[in-house]
Write a protein that binds this ligand. Structure first.
Ligand SMILES: CC(C)(COP(=O)(O)OP(=O)(O)OC[C@H]1O[C@@H](n2cnc3c(N)ncnc32)[C@H](O)[C@@H]1OP(=O)(O)O)[C@@H](O)C(=O)NCCC(=O)NCCS
Length: 171
């Protein structure tokens, strides 16, 4: 990790910067995901607080004391979900997302699942490059209902990717 770079668990003091990073990076979805799924801000402060209260633990990648990317981990039932992966727009595609993902993978021994918009092709590629695989439409519908709390519309417009542990655990 370069100069003065570190991975750390976020806390209450990071709330505003997490909010900022999510809403800046989520601009990538604008015009790509269905119009009725896009809103401004993409995630309100109330929604972010709700996610934290629901057990999403945010980790941050920091350089020179500045958070450049965040990624959340949520333990639900027998699995871990990767939630809300966002890297500052100008710092994307430099490997920060990968570092965060590897770090989160080390925080759990459970199978890991991640959901994203079906139209967010770059995010799907990002997870595939890191060993995740898309599941069938049928399976993603079941998984999204079992482990996530999202609307029918979001289920319809999302995909799920799973790690190797999940694939072994299932077979
Ligand atoms: C998805 C995201 C978290 C990945 O973090 P990152 O630091 O950019 O990713 P890395 O540098 O570790 O990995 C880069 C790979 O991710 C994919 N990728 C990331 N951003 C991309 C983009 N804008 N266009 C195309 N591919 C992209 C590519 O596969 C890329 O590999 P390549 O450069 O060899 O083509 C980050 O790009 C982001 O915040 N994007 C916008 C919000 C988003 O889609 N979040 C996902 C929520 S589930």
């Amino acid at each position: 990790m370069g100069k003065r770079a570190r991975m750390r668990r976020c806390d209450g003091n990071d709330f505003d910067v997490i909010y900022l990073i999510i809403n800046e990076a989520a601009q990538a979805y604008k015009g790509i995901i269905p119009n009725d799924c896009w809103k401004k801000p993409y995630m309100s402060k109330e929604e972010l607080q709700h996610e934290i209260d629901a057990g999403v633990i945010f980790w941050g990648y920091e350089e020179e004391g500045e958070l450049l990317g965040v990624m959340g981990l949520q333990h639900i039932q027998d699995v871990a979900l990767i939630r809300h992966s966002y890297v500052r727009t100008l710092k994307q595609k430099e490997g920060i997302g990968r570092k965060l993902l590897l770090h989160l993978q080390r925080q759990t021994t459970r199978p890991i699942l991640v959901g994203t918009w079906a139209d967010a092709f770059w995010a799907i590629r990002f997870y595939e490059k890191n060993g995740f695989q898309l599941v069938s439409m049928e399976e993603k519908n079941l998984l999204l209902k079992k482990y996530w709390k999202i609307s029918e519309r979001q289920i319809e417009t999302s995909v799920v990717l799973v790690d190797e542990k999940w694939r072994k655990f299932r077979s």
